[in-house]
Design a protein around this ligand. Structure first.
Ligand code: APR
Length: 231
């Protein structure tokens, strides 16, 4: 099923929700798909504050591996199409669950990062957060104040960045169309944005729990389909 041509027009108000699938074609594993991180590892050990407290070096070793992998990745045609779409519609908000920063690299501007950013670090002692893109050789890394640093991402059981969900909700409610690309839509509160939207276009090679409820559920990859939606 294809959305009718011209569903997205220059006058359209568009919101987009992306997940790990959008970066799959840039060589970054997803979480729950084949070869996904949570197929190989226990998320309790790597993506919870308790797991970090138990073994910060183990957790940092995994994040540093991911950082180095992401640093070699480039935005794909899906990321690029969204950056282009932003310039061609009346209103555009990109809400991402991804922490890889590839939307930024592709040139997207109005981005809400629901789950933080793998290129930021935060001190557990003084609370300062900063961008850290260089390779981390000492793991765990420490802050100048002597406190241990943690990755600037949102772990299971943690609250989202301040105001992020409020801004995302407002953008989805104001939009004519919500594009949902590359997410299994299993993690909340992000997935809770989908039923709030007027018209949803879902892009995923596989069906999700929302596929039967959305206006258009397109089977294919985001790098293939997103460029076709740019007005
Ligand atoms: N194009 C579009 N979709 C794809 C592609 C692709 N090339 N490849 C895979 N997908 C789809 C998969 O079918 C799957 O439905 O992307 C989805 C990825 O789902 P998950 O691995 O569950 O990732 P995501 O939905 O982003 O996870 C949400 O969970 O683990 C936490 O914090 C983490 O942000 C993450 C959150």
């Amino acid at each position: 099923m294809q959305p009718p041509n011209g569903l997205l027009k220059p006058s359209s108000k568009v919101a987009v929700l992306t997940g790990a699938g959008v970066s799959a074609e840039s060589g970054i594993p997803t979480f729950r798909g084949n070869g996904g991180y949570w197929r190989e590892h226990r998320f309790e050990d790597l993506a919870t504050p308790e797991g970090f407290a138990r073994d910060p070096k183990f957790v940092w070793t995994w994040y540093e591996e991911r950082r180095r992998g992401i640093s070699r990745a480039r935005p794909n045609a899906g990321h690029v199409a969204l950056a282009e779409m932003e310039k061609r519609v009346a209103a555009f908000t990109l809400i991402t669950q991804n922490v890889d920063g590839l939307h930024d690299l592709a040139g997207s501007k109005n981005v809400i990062k629901l789950h933080g950013d793998i290129w930021t670090v935060r001190c557990l002692k003084c609370g300062r957060e900063r961008i850290e893109r260089s390779e981390l050789n000492e793991l765990p890394p420490y802050c100048a104040c002597g406190g241990m640093l943690r990755p600037g991402v949102v772990w299971f059981g943690e609250i989202l960045p301040e105001g992020a969900m409020e801004r995302a909700t407002a953008a989805v409610r104001a939009a004519d169309v919500l594009i949902v690309a590359g997410t299994s839509a299993q993690v909340y509160p992000a997935a809770g944005l989908i039923p709030m939207a007027r018209t949803v276009i879902e892009i995923n090679p596989e069906a999700t729990g929302f596929s039967d409820d959305v206006a258009y559920s397109l089977r294919g990859t985001s790098a293939e389909i997103l460029p076709r939606l740019v007005p």
